[in-house]
Write a protein that binds this ligand. Structure first.
Ligand code: ADP
Length: 366
């Protein structure tokens, strides 16, 4: 092992990765770099076909790369046309949507299976398996076969099996998407507790935004094989890098405007339409007159029932339980708003719109 490798402290390092399938000219992932710190919980989110599963399969060793390098822990796991450590030697655990349990083995035998390849004494192996079985609440099911378990129980077994060998990296590919909503939420809670206690390094793929926000310490938005933005869920929701991220990650009003005043503190006054002015946060330094794209989340708008003044008209409303979705015509601009106002307000009524928060990106950076 060379000195450079010994120095590396990351759980996963991917450099300059590129991959395509077979003779296809289409690069599924290109110019792809990613680093995951030990103990970090990273979630990758993106639309179907953007390359999420391909990425996990490359890291696990089920797919070959055409360019770049993958380092897991302190070991080079794969290089283009060179090193290719087989999946069982990569020190990764893998949890799939489909559970992938051995149907002819009991719960206990499934969980113990990864340890059979390792140098453990029988006593050590038994201790570790029992510990994991207790942790995941599987004691009373340990002698059952997978077919005798519910979906949630099977996924717990799959998770226990992936973690039993304490891998350097746990890869999870949409593990909860075949479970119903209530069970999904419950297992998400269990995953968070497990992560707090055991601190495994997790790379988790999902297309479910709520799940991503709940689980991710760091979120990566992927589109057409390229990272669009990486950051905390809060930063990505509040300050998206581009219109794709803004629209993919929650509903948003996307408007065009121009800068009338840069306040120099990360805020600028923007004109939208002929006579609407709002204060927005901005990504980069903006000059007066510069064209910008303005993003306003429906929840960033407050509606006030004022008798003296109005600046908008309700054109549609839909009761959603905890809040109501309104469509408005705001000084000639269509605007979606999610809020609570008294349900006496009807389509056609006047209302006062106050934009509490907004985010702008330069048009020429899009
Ligand atoms: P995601 O997990 O984000 O839905 P995938 O990684 O499964 O995306 O797929 C990315 C792209 O690679 C898609 O265009 C898909 O059709 C293609 N692809 C995936 N697996 C194969 C394969 N085995 N052979 C050829 N193309 C594939």
């Amino acid at each position: 092992m060379n000195a450079d490798l010994r120095e590396r402290q990351q759980a996963l390092e991917i450099r300059n990765l590129a991959v395509h399938y077979g003779n296809s000219q289409h690069w599924v992932l290109q110019d792809f770099d990613l680093t995951v710190r030990p103990g970090e919980f990273v979630v990758i989110i993106g639309p179907s076909g953007c390359g999420k599963s391909t990425l996990l399969r490359l890291i696990a060793g089920f797919t070959q790369l055409q360019q770049g390098e993958i380092v897991i822990g302190k070991r080079v796991a794969a290089t283009a046309g060179g090193v290719c450590i087989p999946p069982e030697k990569r020190d990764v655990g893998f949890v799939f949507q489909s559970y992938a349990l051995w149907p002819h083995m009991t719960v206990k035998a499934n969980i113990a299976f990864p340890l059979e390849q390792r140098r453990f004494t029988t006593v050590q192996r038994e201790q570790r398996v029992d510990e994991v079985i207790m942790k995941f609440g599987l004691k009373e099911y340990q002698h059952r076969y997978p077919a005798e378990l519910s979906g949630g129980q099977r996924q717990r077994v799959a998770l226990a099996r992936a973690l039993v060998g304490q891998p350097a990296l746990l890869l999870m590919d949409e593990p909860l998407s075949s479970l119903d909503v209530a069970l999904r939420k419950k297992i998400q809670d269990e995953l968070l507790i497990m992560h707090r206690e055991w601190q495994p390094t997790v790379l988790y793929v999902t297309h479910d935004q709520d799940e991503a926000v709940k689980l991710a310490e760091r979120l990566i938005v992927l589109h057409e094989g390229k990272i669009q933005q990486a950051g905390t869920p809060y930063d990505i929701f509040h300050s998206p890098n581009n219109p794709f991220v803004a629209n993919f990650f929650g509903e948003v009003n996307e408007l065009s405007g121009s800068v009338v005043e840069n306040q120099g503190n990360g805020y600028s006054r923007i004109r939208i339409g002929d006579h609407t002015f709002i204060l927005t946060r901005t990504q980069s330094f903006l000059d007066c007159g510069e064209r910008v794209r303005v993003f306003i989340r429906p929840s960033w708008v407050e509606l006030q029932e004022r008798e003296d003044v109005s600046n908008a008209r309700i054109t549609g409303s839909r009761f959603m339980g905890a809040y109501t979705d309104y469509s408005l015509e705001w000084q000639g601009i269509p605007l979606r708003v999610s809020t609570q106002i008294s349900n006496s307000k009807r389509v056609g009524d006047s209302i006062f719109v106050q934009v509490k928060d907004a985010w702008s990106i330069k048009e020429d950076e899009i």
